[in-house]
Design a protein around this ligand. Structure first.
Ligand code: HEM
Length: 144
């Protein structure tokens, strides 16, 4: 299935590329002046929609199609890979994307609270990025 695998790897390029861009943009945005911060969060939201959402949907659909019929259901690297993928997307959906959505609308009323959220988002973003790197390793090395 060379076309499916190509689309799957394209999804990985989009998702990891998007998450890497976020990991670079977030610390820059937290320390930038107000109008630069706004522009950086607008860009981060565009990356979220065009790269992270598109990439993760592409990965999920093509990944399941590649799995079915070719690998057993209980294949270690696939199960762990999917679990870590879900963990990373959970962090993204439950915390990272909402902070971006809020930040690009402009500063919230309680600026202490929102700057605290922005600081923890930098760490959570790095954790999600690292989880995806582990998935990449599992998919390529297939160690068990
Ligand atoms: C729902 C999540 C996922 C599923 C079900 C899944 C499933 C699969 C399967 C079955 C293959 C083997 C294809 C074959 O050889 O025919 C594969 C390969 C691959 N996957 Fe995933 N995948 C998922 C998520 C990811 C993620 C998040 C990444 C990267 C961050 C990724 C990167 C790759 C890469 C690079 C390959 C090619 C490995 C190679 O051919 O050496 N996948 N995936």
């Amino acid at each position: 299935m060379p076309i499916l695998l190509t689309l799957h790897v394209l999804g990985a390029v989009f998702l990891l590329g998007g998450m890497t861009a976020h990991a670079l943009l977030r610390p820059a945005a937290t320390s930038a002046a107000a109008d630069a911060r706004n522009a950086l969060y607008q860009l981060a939201w565009r990356i979220q929609v065009v790269m992270v959402y598109t990439g993760s949907a592409l990965l999920l659909i093509t990944g399941v199609l590649l799995w079915v019929g070719r690998f057993k259901l209980f294949t270690g690297w696939l199960l762990l890979g999917v679990l870590l993928f879900i963990a990373a997307m959970g962090l993204d959906g439950a915390f990272l994307a909402p902070t971006l959505r809020r930040a690009r609308r402009g500063p919230a009323g309680d600026s202490d609270r929102s700057s605290g959220m922005a600081a923890s988002a930098v760490t959570v973003q790095l954790v999600a990025w690292f989880l995806l790197l582990v998935v990449l390793f599992l998919m390529v090395a297939r160690p068990f």
